[in-house]
Design a protein around this ligand. Sequence first.
Ligand code: ARG
Length: 460
Amino acid sequence: MAKAWGGRFEGKTDPRVETFTESISFDARLAAVDLCGSQGHAKMLAQVGLLTVAECDAICRTLDEIGGEIARGEFRFSVELEDIHMHIESALIARQGDVGRKLHTGRSRNDQVATDLKLYIRDAIARVDGLLADVQRAFVERGSGDLDVIVPGYTHLQRAQPVVVVHYWLAYCEKLQRDRERLADCLKRVNISPLGAAALAGSSLPIDPDISAALLGFSAPAANSLDVSSDRDFVIEFVNGLALIAVHLATWAEEWILWSTIEFGYLQLPDAYTTGSSIMPQKRNPDVLELIRGKSARVMAAVPQLLLLVKGLPLAYNRDLQEDKIALFEALDTISACLELAPAIIAGARLNRQQIAARLEEGFLDATALMEYLILKGVPMRSAHETVGQLVSQCESKACRLADLPLAALQAACPNIMADVSQVLGVHNAVNALRSYGSGGPASVAQQLAIWKKRLAPQQ
Ligand code: ARG
């Protein structure tokens, strides 16, 4: 097969080089955006008079036909044609002859591939945003039913202070909201059109990058052809955004793995998302959550992979850049698979209310509430801290709770303690006492849940 760039060559390409340099095995998935980008480019060429309207129509129609064949799996791919751009262009030329040979006017594969990637990532941002919203919705939807469940909040994985369990659900929502905002911000830079940069220097032809940018829904054409044809910042930003989603999902997965152990006993994961053991009949393993945690490595690894790929590359296009798609697609596919499974796990998990409640009074979850009570009674914070520490130590030696100490013992430790101390002791009092904005107390959490419901309601 003759190469599109074969004019200056006499010898044939070594077949091993074809295999080594091809990207069609992984960039075929850019077909739809490549066709779309080419149609935008062709329409621009027609508007500036570099194609006739009839030529442009023939090109666009044929590109649609090719797109249909690719979508139906009827299109033949071959490594000799290197990449998706060459496949589509040579199919166009095979069908349209000289008219097809005009499509690449004022364009290079360098601005073409950058355009494809931007169109692809633009769609991907919309899809991932939707998946993130589905996960948030799953937490919010189960929230109303969980408002009466109090759990220990942990620091250092040690029992710390009580919170309404929905505070956990909304904590994940906040993290995923930042992920959505990061992607939305990334979109601003994705949405600058590379078309017009051509190989690296622009073109002497009367092309109009404003037109192709507008036709493809970009906010503007790039102001520097050298920059935009070498720029992969947007891929790295996007994948970095995915990596943070992976961090958040891994945290959630890890917590729910712990919460579903007998040691914690807080959660029962849905049958459909747990698996058994091939040898131990009683086992119920959280494999899906473990793999969400495990697969996060692939997403995170794509960030250093891309940074290493671009580090030290001179301007403008270098073939190294072809490898960007490997990391991009791996990260995107992996995070998408995780996000797609998460809502059903969230919706289907059952809280073991009785088991959680049975051990809630262990671990002095009300100690901080008692300390804050003392502060309100005029005791300096550090002294209050020390007093409560001593009381906890007394309780430990007597194997009792703070609430079990007689008032006289409390007053012996600190004369500022009054009978109303009973209103802050015990986990329920302690959680009800939480009142600051953003806190894990029932009033604050209910207020935040209402805000989340409104935020996630489908836009009219
Ligand atoms: N397959 C190439 C890539 O993905 C397309 C650009 C090739 N450009 C070139 N001048 N060889 O990066």
